[in-house]
Design a protein around this ligand. Structure first.
Ligand code: FSX
Ligand code: SF4
Ligand code: F3S
Length: 352
């Protein structure tokens, strides 16, 4: 999940169990609190393990028991006591129009609170697409002048973890990576850790064999939709969206938007989320090979392949693709009989 070799696991364990839990200060600005809600549902580790054993969460408006002047006093105290050492997590966009009057907490604008908290931070994590790029608040005409953290803070290391909401795994992995290696993970040009945002979800989507075979759901609830066909024609932005949802999935029960029948809306991408209509199709400029799943050939007679066979087919197909071959031939079906897999005759599907 963190892009580290397995041999690092003892170091990760050491960092996670060391008795020097870093102070985390978590600020909320313009947002829906979905990022916190998403984190509350993480199971590995649970939120209680995270905030009691791994980090010291000193300020979080949704989770802390205190409120009002006492909470603000505790924030000031924590920032002073841990100056230069704490991790600042920002959730939500920051309004800048009319001197930031559109969002005030404890008598201060979001701009003031961010500047004050950023000054003493060792690292800033912008969690969610709102804090990363402005999110839904920044959609034209952006009446409050909403921006992301990177638009305002220029002199601190900032990691963007977009998603609306983001995967809690990515927050947990980023914190553990930083604790283990004492440095930032490699970031892409949008400030996102490459271990989580390095590949398009389309490369690992379980509906990808249908895409390659030209089988698309045409409308919600139609026969193709019911059979798990590709959602591209319903507006799936997976081919242009960099995220690990199709691999890590959500909520420890293995679901993600596409698995439950909804097209990806590109919630990690600043040029897509709330910028393109949900039903709009993205252009596919660079076709990418699929990486994880076996081709699906619905014309095979008899029972479908069992999961083990499907996995083996996927490995074989992945290896063949790695060698530059578009599709493996003569893979055995569920009965062990060789059958011809389709040829890449569906180029028109890719350019549809
Ligand atoms: Fe934004 Fe977080 Fe979307 Fe909500 O609060 S990323 S609106 S899911 O959750 O900031
Ligand atoms: Fe999956 Fe969407 Fe790509 Fe279809 S277009 S394979 S549903 S990511
Ligand atoms: Fe977002 Fe698409 Fe993942 S909508 S949650 S990037 S599947």
């Amino acid at each position: 999940m963190m892009g580290l070799p397995f041999s690092m696991h003892s170091k990760v364990m050491e960092a996670a169990t060391a008795n020097n839990n870093p102070t985390v200060i978590w600020l909320h600005f313009q947002e829906c609190t979905g990022c916190s809600e998403s984190l509350l549902r993480s199971g590995h580790p649970t939120i209680s393990t995270l905030i009691l054993d791994i980090i010291s969460l000193d300020y979080h408006e949704t989770l802390m028991a205190g409120s009002g002047a006492q909470a603000e006093e505790s924030l000031r105290h924590s920032m002073a006591a841990n100056h230069g050492k704490y991790i600042l997590v920002v959730e939500g966009a920051i309004p800048t129009a009319a001197k930031g009057i559109y969002c005030k907490v404890g008598g201060k604008t979001a701009m003031e609170s961010l500047a004050e908290a950023a000054a003493g931070a060792a690292l800033i994590i912008a969690i969610g697409s709102c804090a990363s790029y402005g999110g839904i608040q920044a959609v034209s005409p952006n009446p409050t002048g909403a921006v992301g953290v990177r638009d305002l803070v220029k002199n601190k290391p900032i990691i963007n973890l977009p998603g609306c909401p983001p995967s809690p795994h990515n927050f947990l992995s980023t914190v553990l990576y930083y604790l283990t290696l004492k440095r930032l993970p490699e970031l892409d040009t949008l400030g996102r850790p490459k271990f989580a945002y390095g590949r398009r979800i389309h490369e690992h989507c379980e509906r990808r064999p249908h895409f390659d075979a030209g089988r698309f759901a045409q409308a919600y609830g139609d026969a193709g939709h019911a059979q798990g066909y590709c959602l591209y024609k319903l507006g799936c932005k997976g081919p242009a969206t960099y995220a690990n949802c199709s691999v890590q999935r959500f909520n420890d029960v293995g679901v993600w938007p596409v698995s439950i029948g909804h097209p990806c809306i590109g919630c990690t991408e600043p040029g897509i989320l709330f910028q393109l209509p949900i039903a709009a199709k993205v252009q596919i400029h660079e076709p990418t090979p699929f990486d994880s799943y076996a081709p699906v050939d619905l014309k095979v007679k008899g029972k479908g392949a069992d999961p083990l066979t499907t996995g083996l087919l996927g490995l074989a197909a992945g290896a063949a693709l790695g060698a530059g071959v578009m599709l493996a031939k003569n893979l055995p079906d569920a009965q062990g009989e060789p059958h011809k897999t389709r040829k890449p005759k569906d180029e028109k599907a890719k350019s549809a």
